[in-house]
Design a protein around this ligand. Structure first.
Ligand code: ATP
Ligand code: MG
Length: 474
């Protein structure tokens, strides 16, 4: 197989070939770019390997572009990077690697192209295209990566168990590539996952989360999670999610399997949003179900309070998985805490104050909350699904009405703490907070409208009851 015509379309390849010729360096395109070229996926990162110094080659390539391209050299790693238009070119000498037990960092020596391809993780990532004059554009495919792409399988070039034990991150990459490309994992490679799962202990959480987030960001992430679970990898870093799996029965009454339910909710959310953290909210929405599960002879299985307990579990899970401990965590926590509230608003006789409270509590997250609630409908009975979704349409309408009327979204109390302090000549203190809180409650309950005039009137009344009088004329 030859890719000359495809390479001729991008100037970069002729320049690298010229540089390689000038230096008499055997040079190849390798790795992800070759895989994506075969798959017809666009790819802007191009890795080049030469048998010799990658840094010298990169410098010679920069010269071919009259040095109009930024070059960065990483002497310690023996690599160099060039930016050419939208492409990032990386140059490295062919290398051979050997591993020690306690680290995923190999001992690196110079090697041949064959040795360089051998150290790569999967056959589909272990192909090269020649940039050398005698066979320019030829595919070099010692491990039959091309055939594996056709068969849609992920397979390691060498023994899978050794490959994974050497660098356990590759196990997560296997699931990640399977998820992104919708490939199967070849059986020997798959069985090596469970055998080496405990090796994940030498991988940092920071690296794990990068791969996990890539799995979560695919079109249908349930597949990746099922592979992580079946390959015993999820058990190593996300036991809370594993605990969702399984069904208990008492007196012939059983509850649904919350692991598969969660995955269905996740897939549903993915159809309407690409947002990583809304996806995380879907993953975590029922996370406290195992901890709150009770059996009651009258009503069967219950999970009372799982939304609050789940929200309380979010920070710990984020901290451990090295997810961001900022407003994104707060957002996920909010969605988990509120995920049952819209259901309570389905009833016809629901009050405006209940709607106002949800708008106030959800703030900007209200639209995402409604997406999560719709995604949470996973009944197999289509009629039921239709009815539930129509109910949520009604909730949407009611929310919209109240929002238009009262401007509740991102509600800022019309009286600030400073104003309270100024009017009554107070220092910052508890009483200021109490007055503000009472005004907020009155607005949410609908006793006064959401405007400064009514709020001021009420402020004076509340303060009076507390024995305060305004210092200057309000
Ligand atoms: P993507 O850029 O979409 O993540 P990629 O295949 O380009 O996919 P990179 O992490 O950029 O992945 O790595 C480039 C190449 O380096 C891979 O195609 C593979 O050949 C090799 N590689 C990367 N990580 C490993 C690893 N942990 N073990 C073995 N080979 C690896
Ligand atoms: Mg890449």
């Amino acid at each position: 197989m030859n890719f000359k015509s495809q390479l001729d379309e991008v100037e970069v390849f002729s320049k690298v070939a010229q540089a390689a010729k000038n230096l008499r360096l055997e040079t190849y395109v390798v790795g992800g770019f070759v895989r994506d070229l075969v798959l017809g996926r666009p790819c802007k990162d191009i890795d080049f390997t030469c048998v010799g110094s990658g840094i010298k080659l990169a410098e010679e390539v920069a010269k071919q572009f009259d040095y109009h391209v930024p070059l960065s050299v990483f002497k310690n790693f023996g690599t160099a990077m060039l930016k050419v238009e939208e492409y990032e070119l990386e140059f490295v000498g062919a290398r051979k690697e050997s591993y020690r037990l306690e680290s995923r960092k190999p001992i690196v020596e110079d090697g041949t192209l064959q040795e360089d391809l051998e150290r790569r993780d999967f056959t589909i990532n272990a192909m090269a295209i020649s940039l050398n004059e005698e066979n320019f554009g030829d595919l070099i495919d010692p491990f039959r990566g091309l055939a594996d792409i056709k068969k849609k399988i992920i397979r390691t070039p060498l023994d899978a168990s050794i490959t994974f034990s050497d660098d356990p991150l590759r196990m997560l990459r296997a699931v990640r590539f399977a998820s992104q490309l919708d490939f199967d994992i070849e059986p020997d490679t798959f069985f090596a996952l469970a055998d080496n799962a405990s090796r994940l202990e030498i991988i940092s959480s920071e690296r794990i989360i990068v791969e996990l987030n890539k799995i979560i960001l695919v079109k249908k992430p349930s597949y990746g999670f099922k592979l992580l679970f079946a390959g015993k990898l999820l058990q190593e870093f996300f036991p809370e999610m594993v605990a969702l799996q399984g069904v208990d029965s008492v007196d012939d009454k059983s509850h649904k399997d919350n692991f598969y339910h969660t995955l269905q909710v996740l897939d549903n959310v993915c159809q309407v949003s690409n947002d990583l953290y809304l996806r995380w909210a879907a993953i975590l929405h029922d996370i406290a179900k195992p901890a709150t599960k009770r059996f009651n002879t009258k009503v069967g299985w219950t999970f009372h309070g799982h939304e609050d307990k789940g929200a309380r579990m979010v920070p710990e899970i984020f901290r451990r998985l090295k997810l961001p401990m900022d407003e994104r965590m707060k957002y996920v926590q909010k969605l988990v805490r509120l995920h049952l509230r819209p259901i309570a608003l389905i009833k016809d006789e629901v009050t405006d104050s209940a709607l106002r409270r949800l708008l106030f509590d959800a703030g900007d997250a209200i639209d995402d909350l409604m997406k999560l609630c719709r995604a949470d409908v996973t009944s197999k009975n289509n009629k039921k699904v239709k009815r539930y979704l129509e109910n949520f349409d009604k909730v949407d309408e009611k929310l919209l009405e109240v929002e238009e009327k009262d401007q509740m979204r991102n509600f800022q109390p019309p009286i600030s703490g400073e104003e309270v302090m100024q009017v009554f000549n107070l220092e910052p203190s508890k009483i200021v907070g109490e007055i503000k809180e009472e005004i907020k409650e009155a607005i949410l309950e609908g006793r006064i409208h959401n405007n400064p005039i009514e709020a001021r009137e009420l402020m004076i009344k509340i303060a009076k009851k507390k024995g305060l009088t305004p210092v200057n004329n309000p």
